[in-house]
Write a protein that binds this ligand. Structure first.
Ligand code: M6R
Length: 616
């Protein structure tokens, strides 16, 4: 949520900042801006709209400065206007700042600063921060000598309640850049005589892989050639440098018209990556290097609470079926935003597991922190290597799905399903699942990438189905058992990227209300591929047809669903119940993506959304 990029070094900052912003645009795209030094002058250029608007303004300018900051915004405080776009400048002109997060006590700070003669030209909480740093720079900075800028940032942040990831420049220190974080990610990149700051290592990963992930309460100062890491208590810290395992090419579109489409097609590979090296040599179970729990400890778990937001929450709902069926451990699934504020009764045999693609979703992070504060062990499944959730969890599993740039979660979802199914298998084998059943499930899981490839071959057919329905205003998604959360995910995907009103329901629940929506213009999308209670699903299809509804359905190849009751079938291969939620998801993603494109929506950057939600 909001992208930050900063550069201090020896090369032209303009292109580095614009390139970084392009890579970070998925984090927010309401407006964007840069501030960079030209000699001793600090220039700010901002534009409303997607990054292209900024590029049109900045591109033609001959700017040679080698230090600068940039930002792409997802609005929290204040409307989408140029005045509210970042970077913000203090009213004395000395400090320029980009900010990700929310300053909760901004009103009180603003009132104080107004009384000190500072002025404001935006409605944002971020401008308050720029002025607060300027205030400290002016008031008590003089005695601080060469650390004056860094010290003024530190002093300002001591007064801030809320969350922040910032990068700041000071007019009187044209070589210097200061960054800080509290609950909003910030990464330092170290190059040859140059340093980068970004809210996401993807912002500079094509230029350096040598990184330091800042922790909460840490500040970084750099003049490009050198950097130092300190905390709010003024202690000097030893930077933990890490080598980024990142393929910058994976962050490109590679010939696909949209990242969303590319990432849907990357699923066979992402599923392979989720499983690589994670099956036991006897082929009967999964194992994970980072769980940090012994088999004995895992056997003592009597209840699992799964916490997540959005699509990751639907992965958890599906996992409830996996874990309860395979491991027979009772599971509860909670929205992270609800869990963190309610005192859910849990005992010492409860294990908390959070799931987050980015590893930065604030509600999930805070739910995890609250569970840990209470003394519970928290494991995490995340795709965000070095993310806040990855670093604070007691143990966990990386997805290794590669960067997901499209705002709509696609490959990260099926990868989470795969890992959760493997975890269920592992927990089952630690309890009463037989060796033979374990071997069978391992074989089922190993077959999924090839089966996913088969489903993707129907892309063309799914495009034609989307063409037939692209004008509809409402749609129902219906499934049963482990396919019910997949129906919820199908509805979310369609809403997000095509703005068609969609609802997901357990198929049998439809009669208790949603069926009132059915008209010839409100198609029903059925996940009619379960073997277990297919007959009941077929009855639900008949109920909708009897009321004039059109039926699109994901159907198992060779199943005995009568042809005449499905208007638009999409076939998936015959597969085990564990594989079906993964395979049935792919047609829903393709359908949503094509619907969005056909309706003229930017499926990679849906309106009002951002990839990683780092505010409450
Ligand atoms: O990074 P996370 O998995 O924690 O993100 C959670 C949700 O914000 C995310 O899944 C969101 O719902 C997506 N836009 C769905 O496509």
């Amino acid at each position: 949520m909001c992208g930050i990029i900063g550069y201090a070094g020896k090369h032209g900052a303009k292109d580095i900042l614009l390139d970084g912003l392009k890579r970070l645009e998925y984090r927010g795209y309401d407006s964007a801006g840069v501030a960079l030094f030209e000699g001793n002058e600090l220039r700010t250029i901002r534009a409303v709209g997607t990054l292209d608007a900024l590029v049109r303004k900045v591109g033609p300018l001959d700017l040679k400065g080698t230090v600068g900051i940039g930002h792409t915004r997802w609005a929290t405080h204040g409307g989408i206007t140029e005045d509210n776009a970042h970077p913000h400048r203090s009213s004395d002109g000395k400090i320029s700042l980009v900010h990700n997060g929310v300053v909760e006590n901004f009103a009180a700070i603003r009132t104080f600063l107004l009384s000190q003669g500072y002025q404001f030209s935006s409605e944002t909480d971020s401008e308050v921060l720029a002025n607060l740093i300027a205030y400290h720079y002016q008031r008590d900075g003089k005695s601080r000598g060469k650390n004056r800028f860094l010290e003024s940032v530190r002093r300002a942040l001591l007064h801030v309640q809320g969350t922040y990831g910032i990068a700041a420049l000071c007019l009187e220190r044209p070589q210097e850049m200061v960054g800080a974080r509290n609950s909003s990610p910030l990464v330092l990149g170290i190059g040859d005589g140059e340093c980068y700051l970004s809210s996401d290592a993807g912002g500079f990963a094509a230029r350096t892989k040598d990184v330091v992930f800042l922790s909460d309460g840490e500040l970084v100062w750099t003049n490009g050639a050198e950097f130092s890491l300190t905390n709010l208590g003024q202690e000097r810290l030893v930077a933990k440098r890490q080598e980024l395992n990142w393929d910058p090419i994976a962050g490109e579109r590679n010939g696909y018209s949209h990242f969303m489409l590319k990432e849907i097609f990357e699923q066979p590979q992402a599923l392979e990556n989720a499983m690589r090296g994670r099956f036991s040599s006897d082929g009967s179970t999964a194992h994970f290097g980072g769980l940090a729990m012994t088999p004995r400890e895992l056997r003592q778990v009597e209840r699992i609470v799964l916490c997540a937001c959005g699509t990751a929450y639907y992965a958890c709902l599906t996992a409830e079926y996996f874990i309860e069926t395979m491991a027979r451990i009772p599971v509860e699934v909670e929205y992270a935003s609800e869990f963190r504020y309610r005192n859910a009764p849990m005992d010492r045999h409860t294990l908390v597991l959070v799931v987050s693609q980015s590893g930065e979703t604030l509600d999930t992070l805070e739910a995890m922190r609250e569970a840990r504060r209470k003394g519970f062990r928290v494991l995490a499944i995340t795709n965000g290597i070095g993310s806040s959730i990855a670093r604070e969890a007691d143990g966990g599993i990386y997805q290794h799905a590669g960067p997901e740039i499209g705002v709509a979660a696609t490959k990260s979802f099926t990868s989470q399903l795969c890992i959760l199914a493997m975890l269920a298998l592992y927990l089952g084998r630690l309890r009463d699942m037989s060796f033979d059943e374990g071997v069978q499930i391992v074989e089922v899981l190993k077959a999924i990438p090839a089966q996913a490839m088969e489903v993707l071959l129907q892309n063309e057919a799914i495009l034609h189905i989307a063409e037939r329905h692209s004008r509809c205003r409402d749609m129902l998604f219906l499934g049963r058992q482990a396919l019910f959360p997949i129906a919820l995910e199908g509805a979310l995907k369609l809403k997000e990227v095509s703005y068609v009103h969609a609802e997901g329901h357990a198929a049998a629940e439809m009669k208790h209300g949603p069926i009132a929506l059915i008209t010839p213009d409100c198609p029903a999308f059925f996940l009619a591929c379960d073997d277990f209670i297919l007959g009941k699903t077929v009855s639900n299809i008949h109920e909708i047809r009897a009321r004039g509804g059109t039926i699109i359905a994901v159907v198992t190849r060779g199943s005995n669903i009568p042809n005449e009751i499905v208007d638009d079938p999409i076939w998936i291969p015959r597969a085990h119940a564990v594989a079906k939620p993964i395979l049935a998801t792919i047609p829903l993603q393709l359908f949503a993506c094509h619907m969005g494109i056909l309706r003229g929506c930017d499926v990679d950057k849906p309106r009002n959304l951002a990839k990683s939600v780092t505010v409450e």
